[in-house]
Design a protein. Sequence first.
Length: 272
Amino acid sequence: MDGTSLGPLPREGPLLNPDGWDPEAYARFAAERRRPFEDLLALVAPIAGRRAVDLGCGPGTLTRVLHEKTMARETLGIDSSPAMLAKAAAQSVAGVRFERGDIAEFAPPEPFDLVFSNAALHWVPDHAALLARLTRAVAPGGQLAFQVPDNFDHPSHRTAEAVAAREPFRSALMGSAHSHNVLAPEAYAAILDHLGYSDPLVRLQIYGQRLPSREGIVAWVEGSLLSEYRARLPAELYERFLAQYREALFAAVPDERPYFFTYRRVLARARR
């Protein structure tokens, strides 16, 4: 979830830090990251007395909101990060529980009435196959709802890829930079239709956030995008990566105060 948002880390490269997620860095913009979650949740019909799963639940704050707003009987939050799940323990109330798991391997023995994921599926490759597998986890008449970041063309992302292509980072990352798994909105609509959903709804939404300065971009991505590099680089090398990232980023974006930071999200909801 965003405000939670944590899917499995990519498998390419040496996971020298097996987690990479920093809950405190992620929480710096909790309110801002919550906006796409609220918009996605507004597309979901209540499932009173039934079961939901939140894939990539992070620290669990929004999992609990999901549980309450959908009036579910039971909501399961799944995340791959022990650090995030440690935070999520505080959100365990009647009907809400959390488990460690990998979205890339999610195949529950019984389907759910709502399969929900907020800013986590982008960590998993092959979304056509992923959505087909997740569909098997949706009960007849149930819903699939997800949103994924689509900011790969923003300087915040392009700069990270450019720095990752430099040495010694390229060798340490084994030549693999940030994962690109997100499809065009039209592709998601076609996939959901092909999978037999009755009313697939997919939209691209642009959000904007006024940051005090462009330095805020770095603080923002340290809680999301850069977690992948933090996981895959030794601590000393990651600090060098971060310093070069900041320098290159500031050469690419204007020194505006405030700085208007835009981020794109693809939101999708469908009923089986």
